[in-house]
Design a protein around this ligand. Sequence first.
Ligand code: ZN
Length: 477
Amino acid sequence: MTLIAEHDPDLGVGWPPDPEGWGEPPWADELGPLPVDEVDEVLEWTSLMNSFVAQRLAAVDTFRRRAYADAERYGGGSRELIDRSVRLELAAALRVTEHAAGDLLGFAAAMVHRYPAAWRSLSRSGITERHARILVEQLDAAGPEISARVGERALVLAEQQPVGVFRRKLRALVDTEQAATLAQRQAVAVRERRVEIEPGRDGMGWLHLHAPLVELHAVHARLTAQAKAIARAPGETRTLDEIRADAACDLLIDGDTTLLPADARGIRATVAVTVPALTLLADAAGAGAGAGAGAGAGAGDGAGAVPPVVDGIGPISVEQARVLCGGADGWMRVLTHPETGAVLSVGRESYKPPASLRRLVRWRAGRCMAPGCSVPADRCEIDHTVAWEHGGHTSLDNHSPLCKGHHTVKHHGGWHVDQIAGSGGALRWRSPSGRIYVVRPERTLPTFHPDPPPPSAPAPDRAPPPRPTLDREPPPF
Ligand SMILES: [Zn+2]
């Protein structure tokens, strides 16, 4: 703590940038600018490298276009033949495989012609080559229509987020844009479901089950939970993979789990389904009161209504969400406000957070809350941000998941970490060199309050129930 105070930065030098402005710490004025240090030197070289990468891509693309132009002028062969020749020359000159050369040519053409704004950003080091690769891959896969709609937002994300977070957020952005047609596409795709055997080597083989991804995650989660219970038995030496495979065979062949140890029986998977409450409400209003109410509710939510999402899978249709949230056990239902009665804090009563609080903390963060880390929250440890022995509470405001490595770094690596008050779980990491990195959780927990009754209410027998409005703190990102 004292070590860091000597090196305090001008907020905003830190990366990623802080678009919502948490404000400067009170001590920022007293200390002046951060002295130039080794990290600055690394940043400078990195910035030059990004710029060189952009120039290199432009040169590669110019080389390809020149070959086309020459071929046209001198009556050369087909496009395919020219491509082949260009690839061969580039591969020979760079001493890489033709496959790698082809990949470079494709990437260069995409950046220069399809995503010129991304190319400009790379050339002034607004993004890195990794960001550019992910942007091209995901937007190309989404098709020209979607990529035209989300391109600008994708670039803003790329310029703000570390690679892992950027990849997930771009995926979610594309999914949300595609969600409009999700139900139809799913209805077609589900008819492809089947089970197949693929022979392997040494008397082994694969059993492929092609089925809706939500169900498959539930299957895998149940097998994993059972395997973990079995692995705890004394004398058990099989790996988790082995036990999972054995449990799957036992279940499919015998159809029961009586041979399993007692604590592995009756395990059901829990899959978190996140359903934006307003989506379900709007849908119900549309079904109950006719198209007018539905359209009105949709318009109120803005253009792209947020689709329901299953943890680790992506969006699902509202119909499917309704089924999952309606009955079956084993689905952890998370409307995007805390479940009524959820334990948000036990103060100083208990050091160990209760299971429901641990689940909520993990769900909110999604990942390890260290800068750029992608370890899923369910493989993380739950950390008291302000340590228990320093008076920290056992509460949602004082817990974050951290993977083992980052948990150790937080406590012994000279970093200072605090949770930003009122931010809904954002952590501010101050590095030993004094840089600030703000890490936000994947999800926010909005609060709800009912609307005041409308000034001119419709006929009393058809009056709609008061519609809650969303009151997010901080504003959604
Ligand atoms: Zn981590």
